[in-house]
Design a protein around this ligand. Sequence first.
Ligand code: LLP
Length: 443
Amino acid sequence: MPNSTNQFIRPVTCTVNNQGNLEVGGCDLVELAQKYGTPLYVVDEATLRSVCMDYKCAFSSYEKVNMMYASKALCSMATSAVIASEGFGFDVVSAGEIYTVYKAGADMSKVLFNGNNKSVDELLLALELGVGRISVDNFFELSLLNELAKSKNKTVDILLRITPGIECHTHEYIQTGHLDSKFGFDLTQIDEAVEYIQDSNLKLHGLHAHIGSQIFETKVYEDEIDILIRELARLDEKYSLKLDEINIGGGLGVKYTDSDLPPSTYEIADVILKGLNKAIEKYGVDAPTIFLEPGRSIISTAGVTLYTLGSSKQVPNGRKYFAVDGGMADNARPSMYQAQYTAVIANKPEEKASQTVTIAGRFCESGDILIKDISLPEPEEGDVLCVFNTGAYNYSMASNYNRVEKPAMVLVNNSQSDIIVKRESLDDLISHDVIPDRLKTNV
Ligand code: LLP
């Protein structure tokens, strides 16, 4: 099986240039840090396109595939525009994501709206902007959406989100396919939902499941497909209901460290397509359209984050800490999930590692440690640290903790760098604050 981009720690264009600095997308990372400041999110367009190509090639033998990108991994207008230009649709989970992809020029008929507690306003926006499918998560939403559809005199195209009851060995916080899950209909509740839909303004096209994130196993997808197809066949038999779509979610893992060995996109596609054919034969159904909605594996490898090293501290007989100018507010994953990352010093990428240090964030919390015990060449104040594989769930989960401005993001390609998200300013930080008139005399 060929390798695919999700199996690399570094962006595909990452190399060392004549200055001896690390570069990505033909741009010197030290120069980027100087030009745009740090922390800085950098997204490599070539890597992003290469992952999209991997997915398209891997599934090219099956005609009826709808590739969508799970926007929750990183949602910005420019990255959405790149992904849309690759022919992908989007899995969105909020008005904010709907609006962003819409403004980025996405084909809204290729957008699927997910979520376990969509608000009336969000559903109305989805209807107004013509999202292609709404994945209905629960009974409350079924009746809410039906009321909205009736009031608009529309028929709304839906999938049903189900929990197939599959355990996958990933971090417990990101398991979503098991039975005790806040997401989706239990298998035993599908019939009641289908009966409700029969007499409604909702048109059911198929079933949707998502079994977890950062998955390295492949068999779980085969099991998931077996359950989805089994349910299609059962609903056909019981209600003469011909459903022809299954959405198998996202979840393919990426390589954060040398010890991570995610399967390639090609391997996953092989398991999915073989599993699909097996299930089609086993249950005697027509070949359905399959939807995929990976997030992390599309955007993670394309992203690196640059930081500047600042203060350091040697604990007597203990660790040596080096602090960077960012941390848990721009990358919550180490403190939330004990996630591990790989990093190098961008201004001395080829020097031999000479010591083990711990990279601390700048935020006021002891748990704000970005990378524990990393081997680096003599780190010095002012060095530019490049952390790899930060494209997914870094910017999208960023906060203003400690009232710190969120970093800028640049897109690099062919030696060109463009700001795609501006760095927040101090005025941005207070732009939503309001001092009531009665307090103003005191200020
Ligand atoms: N579809 C659904 C319904 C999902 O809930 C998710 C992720 C995806 C697709 C995309 O999964 P991916 O391909 O990215 O694994 N914040 C956590 C990850 C949470 C994932 C939530 N759902 C992290 O940083 O690891």
